[in-house]
Design a protein around this ligand. Structure first.
Ligand SMILES: [Fe+2]
Ligand SMILES: [Fe+2]
Length: 154
């Protein structure tokens, strides 16, 4: 069996995000379940984005050939964060909440697809095999640390 790469680690969170959004969009308006699922989604997105920015996009930015893809991805992370903030200000029982949640889900799905079909390939050509393995470990540690920090609250 080959050693898991950075991309395997990133895809694990992507699959989790897709599954979480499916459940979130099916949850009952204003239910405890909706509120709990939204917290899970927020934590997963925040932990993944932070660790991905540090261990995928920061190394990519060091290469001229990685600038454009990294900037595009970081801009989308920012747009996703803003939609999360919008949602937090809305009533989880209301229709504006589900409309915004659908917009967020679409945005995230588009972003994950673009990473999986374009940006991972761009970075795959720029980063060495040994750095990809090292970054996989660093990404996982930071992702887990972020989850612990988020679970502990402000
Ligand atoms: Fe991303
Ligand atoms: Fe990602």
């Amino acid at each position: 069996m080959s050693t898991p790469t950075l991309y395997d680690a990133l895809r694990e969170s992507h699959d989790l995000q897709r599954a979480m959004f499916r459940s979130l969009l099916r949850s009952k308006p204003g239910s405890e379940q909706r509120i709990a699922l939204f917290t899970q989604v927020r934590h997963e997105l925040a932990a993944h984005e932070a660790a991905e920015e540090r261990y995928l996009y920061a190394p990519m930015l060091m290469h001229d050939g990685g600038l454009s893809a990294s900037r595009h991805a970081l801009h989308e992370h920012h747009q996703i964060d803003e939609l999360i903030e919008d949602l937090q200000a809305l009533d989880p029982a209301g229709s504006a909440w589900i409309e915004t949640a659908k917009t967020l889900s679409k945005k995230v799905r588009h972003h994950l697809r673009e990473e999986e079909t374009k940006f991972f390939q761009v970075s795959g050509k720029l980063l060495s095999d040994s750095s990809k393995q090292r970054l996989a470990g660093q990404y996982r540690r930071d992702y887990q640390r972020m989850h612990r920090t988020l679970a502990a609250g402000p």
